[in-house]
Write a protein that binds this ligand. Structure first.
Ligand code: 3PG
Length: 390
């Protein structure tokens, strides 16, 4: 796989696939670690004299955070200290003019690529390379740089489609993540896994792969609540919510893992709801659970304090309004001097918010689903495409 050091960039037109999928609060995308890392890549290309068109996505269709990247372009301009022209059109004169008017070092940002339905189909590289938008965009560019490690588990158009058509390179974020996550995957010894977030199905493969060599698994967030529900506990309004969201889909596998490794899995003993702290089994009818409870927090912090290596993926609860559980866990991991890894778009975005620096952890991955899949030993389509063609 070729890296940017192998590339001659000056005066070249470059398509850079990043992942600017950011947390959105009150309609405003938030600058996070992920954003900072991509700013560094864009800056590097610009300093080398490339003419860079950045491609990214935000959210998924029908989700609340599915929105235009216009604001992202403004945030990029602020951070880079240079104008980042926002291009709304994937075809036609607006696109052609924007590219034609670029000078060396210029940067433009293309509209949310997921506004194009072709983008979202999971197809092999060769199939996506025939998509009209890929063929059309490829005419304007010399080089493709794939830096979107956190989206590399998606075989989407702009992730795998340019590789057969353009001279292609892995970007610096992609390279560093592959190197560090590879090291974590291969060298991790007896880790304590701290797993939460809102996508239990993402975590099951990772638990299956790592649990034999894991010291313990602390389950918070929706995975912890799903596990509690599987054990027959009533979680008030959350029980119904879990069913409505379809999280029960993977429950058989989770149940099997819990039964086979009962001694390793630590589940919450209490939760935080609207009205306060409640022991499991005593959650008031109809109330929603939002975070792990106080006793669970103490137990998790104690386990983290004793661990020699830790991998955390996903917040412990709805951190926007109920940050205490997630904050306690991240604070405790930052205190730990062992081998500590944090993964996930949301998790990494909380580091600064909770007053920590990145260097308090051994590795911080800005990827969620891709991190988990890579840790589970799965091939990532974007990485396979780069290996084959670059
Ligand atoms: C992420 O934030 O994990 C990536 O941007 C991928 O997003 P997706 O799960 O919507 O494909």
């Amino acid at each position: 796989m070729k890296s940017l050091e192998d590339a001659e960039l000056e005066g070249k037109s470059v398509v850079l696939r990043t992942d600017l999928n950011l947390p959105v609060e009150d309609g405003e995308p938030q600058k996070t670690v992920r954003f900072e890392r991509y700013i560094e890549t864009v800056k590097e290309l610009s300093d080398e004299g490339a003419r860079t068109m950045v491609i990214a996505h935000q959210g998924r269709p029908a989700r609340k955070d599915f929105m235009s990247l216009e604001r992202h372009a403004e945030l990029m301009s602020e951070e880079l200290g240079q104008d980042v022209n926002f291009v709304r059109s994937f075809f036609g004169p607006e696109l052609g003019d924007a590219v034609a008017s670029m000078e060396d070092g210029d940067v433009v940002l293309l509209e949310n690529i997921r506004f194009l339905s072709e983008e979202l189909q999971n197809l092999p590289s060769e199939r996506h390379s025939d998509d009209y938008f890929i063929e059309n965009l490829s005419r304007y560019f010399d080089i493709f740089v794939d830096d979107a490690f956190s989206a590399s588990h998606r075989s989407h158009g702009s992730i795998v489609g340019f590789v057969p058509r353009l001279e292609s390179y892995a970007g610096p974020v992609m390279q560093r993540e592959l190197e560090n996550c590879g090291r974590v995957r291969d060298e991790l010894d007896n880790p304590l896994l701290v797993l939460g977030g809102e996508k239990p199905s993402d975590l099951i493969g990772m638990m299956e792969q790592v649990i034999d060599r894991a010291e313990k698994v602390l389950l918070g967030g929706i995975p912890g609540e799903l596990a509690l529900k599987l054990q027959g506990n009533d979680l008030g309004g959350k029980s119904e919510w879990i069913e409505e969201q379809g999280f029960d889909g993977k429950s058989k596998e989770l149940q099997r893992i819990i039964e086979e490794h009962e001694e390793k899995i630590v589940l919450p003993v209490d939760v935080r709801t609207d009205s306060g702290n409640h022991k499991i089994g005593e959650v008031p009818e109809g109330e929603m659970t939002w975070d792990i409870g106080e006793e669970t927090r103490e137990r998790f912090v104690e386990e983290i304090g004793d661990a020699e290596s830790i991998v955390m993926k996903g917040p412990m609860g709805a951190f926007e309004d109920y940050p205490e559980g997630t904050r306690a866990v991240i604070d405790a991991i930052a205190e730990n001097d062992g081998f500590t890894v944090l993964g996930g778009g949301h998790t990494s975005s909380l580091i600064h918010r909770f007053g920590h620096d990145l260097d308090e952890f051994t590795h911080v991955s800005i990827a969620g689903g891709a991190f988990v899949r890579y840790m589970s030993g799965e091939e990532l389509p974007a990485v396979e495409a780069l290996r084959e063609y670059s």
